[in-house]
Design a protein around this ligand. Sequence first.
Ligand code: NAD
Length: 472
Amino acid sequence: MEFLRNLIAGVWTESCADSYSDLVNPATEEVVARYPAGASEDVDLAVAGAAVAQRSWAALPVEKRVREITEWARAIADQADALAWAEYLEMGRPPEVGRTAIIRAANAFETSAAQALTYEFESVIADGDGETRILRRPVGVVALIAPWNYPLAGVLSTLGPLLAAGNSVVIKPSEKSPLSAVRLLDRSPLPPGVVSLVLGDSRAGAPLVEHPDIGLVHFTGSVDTGRRVGASAGAALRRTILELGGKDPVIVDSDVDPVTTAAAVARGAFMNTGQLCTSMERIYVHSDIATRFVDELVQAAAQYRITESSSGSTELGPLIDQRQRNLVHEHVMDAVERGATVLTGGTVPEGPGFYYPATVLTNVDETMSVMTEETFGPVAPVKVVSTFEEALECAAKSHYGLGATVYTNNAEHAEAAATLPAGQIWINQWRGGGPNSIHEPAKNSGMGATGSHATYDAATRPTSVYRPTLRS
Ligand code: NAD
């Protein structure tokens, strides 16, 4: 059995933690490795090594840093099969599906690092009777705390600007997905200590957030943990980015094609078994096309079949663990007890693996947890509305504000969609947008803008240097 280790100053190092836990493959329920619980001593060692490495990394010309990151990004794409297999072992995602996500994330890693070549690390302003230089310096050591739902893509989509700006990074992956992080860093060509790894749960995460030598905490995870991280980072006066959970709405207007839209909504609700922060978790459909749309959605759900995922043939992998499956089923049962109708799915399958079928519910309302709390599972609750305005009103009523999608052919409705309280709004295509986009979650879904230059702004600290003009 493999005992996973930390990467500290470029050396694979046994954890100081006093206990280890089983890493269980959610597709088979077999133990695939053991990981340490986490220890503040590990964090101290990792941050100390990262602080030393950061100084020489930041001293390199930006072109050299970008070149080294680019080489690594391309090597990651070449290793996508092996990395997708590690993700399958730890979180059950079918390797074929995982492979595509990793290649896309490696490309994003490369592209976002290359943006350093055009980012203004230094600018000069004529100021009164002199000039002010604005120098954007790296913040130092960044703590990158990640969830398990896209173990590598989540890390890679963030890492580029943090490193290219001249920071070193200590990664704390989720305790539910430590294996792929170990495999990723095993082949990192960057200088020792520029990227480090500490494993464990909150016993590694909390001391990392509180460590005095951390310049930025970049946290992705649930709202509850995000609140704790935000509170302790605030007490330590630490800059923090929080990317948290969501309960994204989708609006299906009266004038769209119900067949193609139902297929798109099925993908939005069931992709990655619904374990996506921007999954479509609340569906508001106009009454004019509701019957046809719901029929098509049920048919589309049938395409997301449960099979053994190691073959890569399944469309629907398992949920991450038994606890998560219980929560998803509780949301469905709560809805049924309050009057919802299950059109497909809604039962816990027999056999090994924490699978749950693609589920479509109708007759839902806002008294049900499936319409108010993040489900993070393959459940599509549909509410029929009489007008587009009613849909907008329902969509806006949530304490989450991560993303929102609207399908419409009406130009005024498309314009009105932009008023929804969300960090990312997509019209007629779920999760679109290029590498230059920036956003900040609304409401409880987080804080701090990210993407493109916004991540560079977060990864650097501006210093102004004023000098008056010399008079002769
Ligand atoms: P989680 O909050 O349980 O854990 C996230 C990370 O925080 C893990 O690495 C965990 O070990 C660590 N952690 C736990 N306690 C900590 C503490 N006290 N201090 C510091 N770190 C601590 O979340 P999860 O279950 O791993 O991930 C699922 C959640 O993440 C969902 O809510 C999902 O919506 C959200 N998510 C958000 C985004 C986004 O971009 N907004 C992306 C992916 C996932």
